[in-house]
Design a protein around this ligand. Structure first.
Ligand code: SF4
Ligand code: SF4
Length: 463
């Protein structure tokens, strides 16, 4: 596609006065004003840019831009130009149309009862009100089994909805976003949906903001997040709270929650306060919140960037001295759970539904640590293939998503076997013992420290 005629150009050059507020506020660049001005000018002119190497898709620049010029969209535009020849191989993990993506791969190691839930949710029959599972709720489906959610509308979702294009949007592949959007328009119209409760608030933002505003999606339904639904049930006392949790917690805000003026961030803090917990904020929170690590995955496709970005966030969580962290986005929850296990951190992570389930007298099915090791089996399989098969190291073009596609191809049997074997090993006493966990933690921290040092020198950054 010719860059000059590319129709997906969302950065508003005409509104940008090159003030540099965006990159001065970027929590990863942290540039002095003059350098920030030069950085945005360089990016506009397609010159050298550190933003393209550092960006973790956190949306802060968009939020702080006084002129609503959407500088993050300029980063995505430049990435798209760079990636016309294909995506690096690690992108297979986060590209929903690839057969061995994280979500499909996890099915090889999930317990049978969770697989049964995922199958039950693939019913797209006519329904006016649904709870949409989202890609990452499918990674932690047990969360939706909480008793406090029993009055949720019918739960619906499938990997063939491709996470409502949220992940692909972050890679800058807007042509694929459009393909997925057309599928969504078709599926939801056929169902006659009038109201969607999004169990993944990030997907709710994609459905209510990004697809209609940027891509012209025609959705004829109301979108509310599960968090808003939950708070409303608490306010109306339909969910009865039987005790208070005397915990000091910190709240991790996801990148897309910065849209809509931070309304979602406040909704989640109100839920936390209603459970009796007090809140201690991280250094970067609200509109300055930092990435869980997933943004790094979508932006740079390097496992070390994911670990580095996630560990930086984990250290902010630890620095608060909180008893627990509340993470309302299932994607952030699973990535940060992996980082937590790798780093040997013992602070518990909760989804808001779990906190409410606890104060309502229930026992949440809290399997985040276990699931983190399942995900490590999936990532290890990818790294093994990278080491063993030269063909797996090549860049690739994401497969076209045909409108009639109902489900992704089955996982190759060899991948399935390797992932099962790795998961069995990771859950066994061979790995789950104090000595091995100490070695894993020390190795992880040393690798991240070395990588961060190398990257800072390469990019000339102090941040
Ligand atoms: S994008 Fe916005 S914040 Fe950045 S330089 Fe332009 S006007 Fe300023
Ligand atoms: S999206 Fe976040 S990380 Fe990326 S350039 Fe903007 S502020 Fe920096």
């Amino acid at each position: 596609m010719d860059v000059k005629t590319d129709r997906f150009r969302f950065f508003r050059d005409d509104l940008c006065d090159r003030c540099g507020d965006c990159f001065a506020a970027c929590p990863y660049l942290e540039l002095p004003r003059e350098e920030a001005r030069r950085e945005i000018e360089g990016l506009i002119e397609r010159g050298a840019s550190r933003a393209l190497d550092v960006c973790n898709t956190c949306h802060t620049c968009d939020v702080v831009c006084p002129n609503e010029a959407d500088p993050y969209e300029l980063v995505l535009e430049r990435w798209r130009e760079r990636r016309r020849e294909g995506l690096p191989t690690t992108a297979r993990l986060v590209t929903p149309s690839q057969p061995c993506n994280i979500w499909s791969s996890l099915k090889a190691v999930m317990p049978l009862e969770e697989l049964a839930l995922l199958r039950a949710w693939e019913d797209f029959g006519p329904c006016e009100e649904i709870c949409l599972t989202g890609f990452y709720t499918n990674v932690v489906p047990y969360i939706l089994q909480a008793e406090v959610l029993e009055s949720l509308p019918k739960i619906v979702g499938s990997e063939a909805l491709f996470g409502c294009a949220g992940d692909i949007y972050k890679t800058g592949r807007f042509d694929m976003v459009e393909q997925i959007m057309q599928r969504l328009e078709h599926v939801f119209a056929q169902m006659g949906v009038e109201r969607v409760v999004c169990s993944m608030s990030a997907e709710g933002m994609v459905l209510s903001e990004i697809l209609p505003r940027r891509f012209g999606a025609c959705f004829d339904f109301e979108v509310v997040s599960l968090d808003e639904w939950l708070l409303q049930k608490l306010q109306s006392e339909e969910i009865e709270l039987k005790k208070e949790l005397d915990l000091k917690v910190t709240v991790h805000d996801n990148c897309l929650s910065k849209m809509q003026g931070g309304r979602l961030q406040e909704v989640n803090r109100e839920i936390v306060r209603r459970t009796g917990c007090s809140i201690v904020e991280m250094e970067h929170h609200g509109e300055r919140s930092m990435c869980c690590g997933f943004g790094a995955a979508a932006a740079k496709f390097r496992v070390m960037d994911i670990m580095s970005s996630g560990y930086r966030r984990l250290k902010e969580i630890e620095a608060t001295g909180a008893d627990a962290a509340v993470i309302y986005c299932p994607a952030c929850l699973f990535i940060l759970s992996v980082i937590k296990e790798m780093a040997g951190c013992t602070i518990p992570f909760y989804h808001p539904v779990e906190l409410v389930e606890l104060v309502a007298g229930g026992v949440p099915a809290h399997r985040h640590e276990e699931r983190a090791w399942d995900i490590m089996a999936v990532i290890s399989n990818h790294l093994l293939k990278y080491a063993l098969f030269p063909s797996h190291r090549k860049s690739f073009q994401p497969a076209f998503i045909p409108p009639e596609l109902e489900r992704l191809p089955e996982l190759p049997p060899a991948d399935r076997l390797r992932m099962k074997a790795l998961a069995t090993l990771y859950h066994s006493p061979v790995v789950q013992n104090r000595v091995m966990r100490t070695i894993v933690s020390a190795g992880f921290k040393a690798a991240v420290a070395g990588y961060d040092l190398m990257r800072k020198r390469q990019l000339g950054l102090s941040a």
